[in-house]
Design a protein around this ligand. Structure first.
Ligand code: MN
Ligand code: MN
Length: 265
């Protein structure tokens, strides 16, 4: 299988700071720069795994934007490619998961984040970057949802998680990840603020006490199923220190691409 790298430069659904729209181009620029190796930790050449690129602009209207994202993911899937998406803010994941559901049925999701993103609405927006997993669960896009790195859950979001059998784990609970829930068809969504700001300072909503880069890589290594799709979201280049967070994003893209290229059609 080949991987399609999709850039979704959208931050119109962010509640606080703009900037993630700049991220796809930044990640792409460091991905295969001479500053770092193109090889995954397992020795796969990510340049070979990623066979297609789609970094087209998106409409400014939020609903039209979500439709465009869903259509572009669906087009990649129709071309027998595995979509590896770069946000953008986390709102892009809901339309991605709609397309994944239409192709695969409900997908099991590993969700790395400081935030559960299970709000019913935020500031009147039901499609905010604080809401994508609530919408995806409601629309039957997700089978099992396992969240890791969470350190900002509100009572409302805890109640939603309990109601829908969502596993919500803190950054200190990686040993409690139930990998039996993370079977095929598997989707991985990584919000970079799930990592500690020491490792990934370039985000809009830093929450100290998060995962290390190596902890995230170790979790990925333990997964039994090759993901059918993945995303890396919420890099805010305007908050980054040097290109530290962009390089973390690029490392994760290389690992995910290698894992996805192993997936059976
Ligand atoms: Mn998020
Ligand atoms: Mn977050």
């Amino acid at each position: 299988m080949t991987v399609a790298l999709l850039g979704f430069p959208w931050d119109g659904s962010s509640s606080y700071a703009r900037g993630p729209a700049l991220a796809p181009a930044v990640i792409r620029s460091v991905l295969f720069s001479e500053a770092s190796s193109p090889y995954s930790l397992s020795g796969a050449d990510a340049r070979q795994a990623i066979a297609a690129y789609d970094f087209a602009d998106l409409p400014e209207d939020p609903e039209a934007c979500r439709t465009a994202i869903e259509e572009r993911v669906a087009a990649a899937l129709a071309a027998k490619q595995r979509p590896l998406s770069l946000g953008g803010d986390h709102s892009v994941t809901f339309p991605i998961l709609r397309a994944m559901r239409d192709a695969h049925g409900p997908v099991n999701v590993l969700h790395v984040d400081a935030h559960p993103d299970l709000y019913d609405e935020l500031n009147g927006d039901r499609y905010s970057h604080a809401c994508p997993f609530a919408r995806a669960v409601e629309e039957g896009c997700i089978g099992h949802l396992v969240q890791v790195g969470i350190r900002s859950a509100t009572p409302e979001q805890r109640a939603f998680a309990e109601k829908h059998d969502i596993v919500m784990l803190g950054a200190d609970q990686t040993d409690a990840i139930d990998y039996h829930r993370l079977v095929a068809p598997l989707y991985i969504s990584i919000d970079l603020d799930g990592l500690d700001p020491a490792f990934a300072p370039g985000v809009s909503h830093p929450e100290p006490g998060g995962l290390s880069t190596r902890e995230v890589l170790a979790i990925l290594k333990k997964l039994g199923a090759a993901p059918v799709g993945a995303d890396v979201v919420e890099l805010n280049p305007e908050k980054d220190v040097g290109l530290a967070t962009a390089h973390v994003a690029a490392r994760l893209v290389k690992e995910l691409a290698a894992m996805m290229a192993d997936a059976q059609p």
